[in-house]
Design a protein. Structure first.
Length: 243
């Protein structure tokens, strides 16, 4: 089965109103419509501004959502709110959320369920620390995290992002072969019979220099790009790496 690749930009806590014109700069850098799905996940403050003036091919997503649908949860953003401003995806369980906010697999699963209930595709993030990789536990840790964070759904309703924690924002990247091996292990662990439809993207310092070698791997279905997605030229080069 041929899976259409997805290149997603996660802006994290970056971006101001002046950055609302990023889609135009990205379109200019690309020069033509991309050959893959392109997703932008800016801060929630920018979502309505970018949604109002973006090319049709550019998808929007949130960086997180609450597990509750609505109610007295000051400061939280519901999945329905994200859908209301044009989002189609939402990131849940990013390693920075797991580390900085103590998010458990159970909470990530609840957020993924909330996303599905609102009609969004959750991008569920999993990954191992450097100690876990060096001790030979990487695959067992990631597969366990994956299964415990997974809501019940069809494979084409969800995206998995493998993001080795030791490679996020460090400039270090898993080798294409190591990343492919982990993606293969994740796909093999999918509990349904539709694993071929599951999109698994790589996150962990993907940049214009390494994107092509990573994206050529058979089980790497795209990228979750951090810092490089803030620069239109760099993000465009990653998108153009999809063949």
């Amino acid at each position: 089965m041929t899976r259409r690749k997805l290149v997603a930009g996660n802006w994290k806590m970056n971006g101001l109103v002046k950055d609302r014109d990023f889609p135009k700069a990205l379109s200019d850098a690309l020069g033509e419509e991309p050959r893959c799905d392109v997703l932008l996940c800016p801060p929630v403050t920018l979502l309505p501004l970018i949604a109002a003036d973006k090319p049709d091919w550019l998808l929007l997503g949130g960086q997180d959502c609450a597990p509750q649908a609505s109610g007295a949860h000051t400061g939280d953003v519901s999945a329905a709110m994200l859908a209301d401003v044009g989002c189609m995806h939402v990131i849940v369980g990013h390693s920075e959320r797991r580390a900085d906010h103590g998010e458990t697999n159970q909470l990530v699963k609840a957020k993924a369920i909330a996303a599905l209930d609102a009609g969004l595709r959750p991008i569920v993030c999993v990954g191992e620390t450097l100690d876990e990789r060096e001790s030979g536990e990487a695959e067992a840790v990631v597969v366990s995290q994956f299964l415990a964070s997974l809501p019940e759904c069809a494979a084409d309703k969800i995206v998995i992002a493998y993001e080795p924690v030791w490679a996020i924002g460090t400039g270090r990247t898993a080798t294409p072969e190591d990343a492919q091996a982990m993606h293969d292990a994740i796909r093999a662990a999918w509990p349904g019979d539709d694993a071929a439809a599951l999109r698994i993207v790589y996150g962990g310092s993907m940049n214009p220099g390494n994107a092509e070698s990573l994206l050529q791997q058979s089980d790497i279905d795209g990228g979750l790009v951090g810092g490089a997605s803030l620069k239109p030229q760099d993000f465009a080069r990653i998108i153009q790496s999809v063949r």
